[in-house]
Each structure stands twice: as C-alpha cells, then as structure tokens.
Design a protein around this ligand. Structure first.
Ligand SMILES: NC(=O)c1ccc[n+]([C@@H]2O[C@H](COP(=O)([O-])OP(=O)(O)OC[C@H]3O[C@@H](n4cnc5c(N)ncnc54)[C@H](OP(=O)(O)O)[C@@H]3O)[C@@H](O)[C@H]2O)c1
Length: 201
C-alpha cells in the first residue's frame, strides 16, 4: 500500500479504465502514510467514454475536498454532450475527447495528454483491459527512446482467489507481449513485489 502511494507521488497522472472506476471507486491520490500536499498529488485520469463515472465518485469528492487534483475523463472524439456528461462537467470533471472507437490506448493518446497538460510521467493502475493495451503497444518497442511503458510492477500476495479478477485480459494467440527484464524483487510484509523493465537497460 505505502509503495503504491509512493509510486503515485512520483507520477504526474494516474490512469484507470471505467471498469476499475466503477468496481473499485478508487481515490487515486497519494494518502499513505499521510495525505500528500495537493501540489504533489497526481492528476487522476479515467478512460470512460460511456460516462460511467458517478457524480459521487471518490475522484470528484477528493477534488472538492482539496485532497486530489481535478479529475480528467477521456471520451470519444465527437462524444455526445448528453446530460450525464454535463452533470460530470458541472461537478468538476474535465472531459477530454481524444479516444476513437475500437482503437486501443496508444502512444498518441499519451502524447496528446502531455501536450495539453504537460504530463511526463504516467502510472497506469489498471484494470485488465487497459493493461492489455499497454502491453500490446509495448510489445514491438526496441529502444528506450521509443518505449511507451518502461516499467511493470507486480505485487504477489498470499491470497488464493481461484477464478478471480484477471490482472491482464487474455491476449489473442497471435498477439505479442513485451519481453520483461527483471530489475528488482522485494518482500514487503506478506507481499512480494517484482519490478521489471520492458527494455533491458
Ligand atoms: N489488483 C489490482 O491491482 C487491480 C488494479 C486495477 C484494477 N483491478 C481490477 O480490474 C477490474 C477492472 O478491469 P476491466 O478490464 O474490467 O476494466 P478496466 O481495464 O478498468 O476498464 C476497461 C474499460 O475502459 C474503457 N477503455 C479502455 N481502453 C479504452 C479505449 N482505448 N477506448 C475506449 N475505451 C477504453 C472501456 O470502457 P467502456 O466499456 O465504458 O466503454 C473499457 O471497457 C476491476 O474489477 C478492478 O478491481 C485490479
């Protein structure tokens, strides 16, 4: 937990998909061991083209309570300006129309966010669908200057979950996944954390 919150502090923005947003209602701010100053907080970004974010979302209340930055919602280009969108905008959500239907998350999306907001370091927290597109986009990279994602952090906890939630959605048989280069492993309490780079450096 403390490690995740430290990683959030090292990031300009934290990205999640609508599945995670709706299932987990994450705050996406750095608050362990204590709530970090607002200036140091990362900006929460939800990939949520169907406007599934409730106006009661923790991201929004954090913003109003001064313990989180203004949340950004990524929607489709030419998205309808419907009532739900207007309600989210009125509650403080900044909607950015940069997605294209049937197009996985890719470098262009991150470049656009960097250009608009000046972000340089993104942390993608999930869920399985979003992580799958990051892995797929990273599979063909061969140099650090090209790399979309540079580091994968996996925590293994001693909990048996059977057919539980996937960490990464199934890859089609013909799709590539990036080579992972072990960087570090460390035990934190009962958890083991593995850190791997996508490019050997
Ligand atoms: N253990 C962990 O550390 C961890 C961390 C994070 C999440 N999780 C778990 O992961 C689960 C959620 O995973 P998930 O795969 O169902 O959902 P997800 O990856 O959080 O979100 C997927 C959704 O994001 C939207 N999306 C993603 N890429 C898009 C694109 N390029 N263009 C348009 N929309 C895009 C789509 O939303 P629409 O369907 O609305 O169009 C898509 O259905 C949750 O249950 C959560 O608990 C676990």
């Amino acid at each position: 937990m403390a490690m995740t919150h430290n990683l959030r502090l090292l990031s300009d923005a934290i990205v999640v998909g609508s599945g995670t947003l709706v299932n987990d209602n994450p705050g996406l701010n750095a608050r362990v061991p204590v709530v970090a100053p607002l200036d140091n907080q990362p900006t929460p970004i939800a990939i949520d083209p169907e406007y599934k974010m409730p106006v009661t979302a923790k991201l929004i209340s954090n913003y109003h309570n001064g313990i989180g930055k203004q949340p950004i919602l990524l929607a489709y280009r030419d998205s309808p300006k419907n009532d739900k969108r207007l309600a989210l905008e009125e509650s403080g959500v900044k909607v950015v129309d940069i997605l294209t239907p049937s197009t996985p998350l890719n470098r262009q999306h991150f470049n656009t966010l960097s250009q608009i907001f000046g972000f340089t370091r993104f942390m993608v927290e999930g869920g399985a669908t979003v992580i799958k597109s990051i892995l797929a986009a990273s599979a063909n990279e061969t140099s650090l200057s090209d790399t979309l994602a540079d580091t994968l952090v996996v925590t293994v906890s001693p909990v048996l979950i059977g057919d539980g939630v996937s960490v990464v959605k199934n890859q089609p048989n013909n799709s590539k996944t990036p080579n992972l280069h072990h960087k570090a492993s460390k035990v934190f309490g009962k958890d083991v954390v593995f850190v791997a780079n996508f490019i050997d450096n």
